[in-house]
Design a protein around this ligand. Structure first.
Ligand code: CTP
Ligand code: MG
Length: 227
């Protein structure tokens, strides 16, 4: 019984603004995607990785990952949901014995091994869905359309969600079979079908690289590895 990770990497990286898919953006000479996939395999509990690449750059992405024979590349879709769905469909060929599936953004390339291991362990112990989370440090307010404050939300019960998210494979298949077009959060699809979602501790280094600021943080702080 194996663990397979799906890595949606078919986004355009519009907010980063470098004119190339974010997954292929280098940080100190190595792409976010190569770092993310290597990180998954280095955790020691993931046997296969299915990467959803920009459909017009499948060969380039496969070449990028040539050093990692456990990585398989499929053409992604128009939205992240489509990319995850396509990668999930490929699991039957790539890893027919997979019982646990992770979904991990290529953009979270510096996720520590311990987070990956904790997510896999929690699924193997019986949780149908598992997400790494962090407490929210900013004060959060609800505002109306005019921008006036309606309420201050109780921060103590809020969590920011990271990846990898882990699932019993039949649970994720059922959630995607029931899903509509667009969802940014895979665990949210499990919630919609009434499934329980457990949390484990996330890590600041698992931040999603979205903007030039995030990339600067990665280059200056994260590239040397977790403190
Ligand atoms: N993703 C994907 N397929 C899409 C859109 C996004 O596989 N059609 C992936 C991205 O490659 C990324 C992850 O989903 O690894 C999270 O998406 P995001 O951070 O929004 O990345 P981009 O869509 O590339 O960035 P932007 O929204 O700024 O264009
Ligand atoms: Mg996007």
């Amino acid at each position: 019984m194996s663990v397979v990770a799906l890595v949606p990497a078919a986004g355009r990286g519009v907010r980063l603004g470098l004119g190339m898919p974010k997954a292929l953006v280098p940080v100190n000479g190595e792409s976010l995607l190569l770092r993310a996939v290597r990180g998954l395999l280095a955790a020691g509990c993931v046997q296969h990785v299915v990467v959803a690449a920009p459909p017009d750059q499948v060969e380039l992405v496969a070449a990028e990952l040539a050093e990692l024979p456990a990585a398989h590349v499929v053409p992604g879709g128009a939205e992240r949901t489509d990319s995850v769905r396509i990668a999930l469909d490929a699991v039957e060929q790539v890893a027919p014995d997979a019982r646990v599936v992770l979904v991990h953004d290529a953009a979270r390339a510096f996720t520590p091994s311990s987070v990956i291991q904790d997510v896999v362990r929690a699924v193997e112990e019986g949780a149908p869905a598992v997400i790494p989370v962090l407490p929210v440090s900013d004060t959060i307010k609800r505002v109306d359309e005019a921008g006036d404050v309606v309420a201050t939300v109780d921060r103590s019960e809020l969590r920011a969600v990271q990846t990898p998210q882990g699932f019993a494979i039949e649970v994720l298949r059922e959630a995607y079979a029931a899903a509509g077009d667009i969802a940014t959060d895979d665990a949210g699809l499990v919630e919609r079908i009434g499934g329980k979602v457990r949390t484990v501790a996330g890590h600041p280094n698992a931040l999603k690289i979205t903007t030039a600021f995030d990339l600067a943080i990665a280059e200056s702080v994260l590239v040397e590895g977790a403190p």
